[in-house]
Design a protein around this ligand. Structure first.
Ligand code: HEM
Length: 183
């Protein structure tokens, strides 16, 4: 997985835990490269899971919730890093519909060795659904990205996990918040 994601994970840990604890997390995760990441490098995706697991052990936090918070943080970093990719969309739905066909395709142009996950959308009786698929198993990060995308557009919607979702294949259902009716 691209170093960019790891660089932002380290920034997230620094922001949440401070430098000193982040240093101890890195030691506890015992990564071969001491968590020295560059944005253009490529690293085994389990390094990210190892870092989050070590941080969760050390702080008593829930690893899945930490991944969701990281997803929210990551979306905000994407706003700064890729403003040209986000600026053409005017709603969460529009952006989410174009992650697969445009955003992650552009990512592959910027980083030819990238292999982003599959992110598809559709509407059915249950609501508007985003489906994430990736052997890397970062569904909780995907959930945080989707949730922050909705906040970014100040939309009053709730995101819930469809039952049967797993770390490698998950569906998120987006519905207008109770008491709020779409125009
Ligand atoms: C806001 C625009 C977005 C940008 C610029 C972006 C960019 C990226 C980049 C650069 C990577 C690393 C790819 C690699 O290492 O091969 C990535 C991976 C990922 N993207 Fe996106 N992405 C965006 C939106 C989203 C959204 C909305 C989702 C939600 C489903 C998503 C889900 C993920 C996940 C979970 C990964 C981690 C790798 C994996 O699970 O296989 N992305 N994205």
């Amino acid at each position: 997985m691209k170093g960019l994601i790891f660089v932002e994970l380290m920034n997230f840990l620094d922001e949440q835990l401070g430098d000193a604890i982040t240093e101890r997390v890195v030691e506890a995760a015992s990564l071969p490269n001491d968590a020295a990441f560059t944005t253009v490098g490529n690293y085994p995706s389990h390094y990210a899971a190892d870092l989050v697991a070590a941080a969760a052990r050390m702080t008593g936090a829930d690893a899945a919730l930490m991944c969701e918070d990281f997803g929210r943080f990551l979306f905000q970093r994407f706003q700064t890093r890729f403003p040209h990719l986000l600026s053409r969309y005017t709603s969460a739905r529009e952006l989410l519909e174009h992650v697969q066909g445009h955003i992650h395709e552009e990512v592959k142009v910027i980083y030819p060795d990238a292999s982003p996950p599959q992110v598809e959308t559709h509407s059915d009786i249950e609501g508007y659904t985003v489906t994430y698929r990736s052997g890397r198993g970062f569904a909780h990060i995907a959930y945080g990205l989707v949730a922050q995308c909705i906040s970014f557009y100040s939309e009053q919607s709730d995101v819930s996990w469809k039952s049967g979702s797993t770390d490698t294949q998950a569906c998120f259902i987006i519905r207008p918040r109770k008491g709020i009716y779409p125009l």
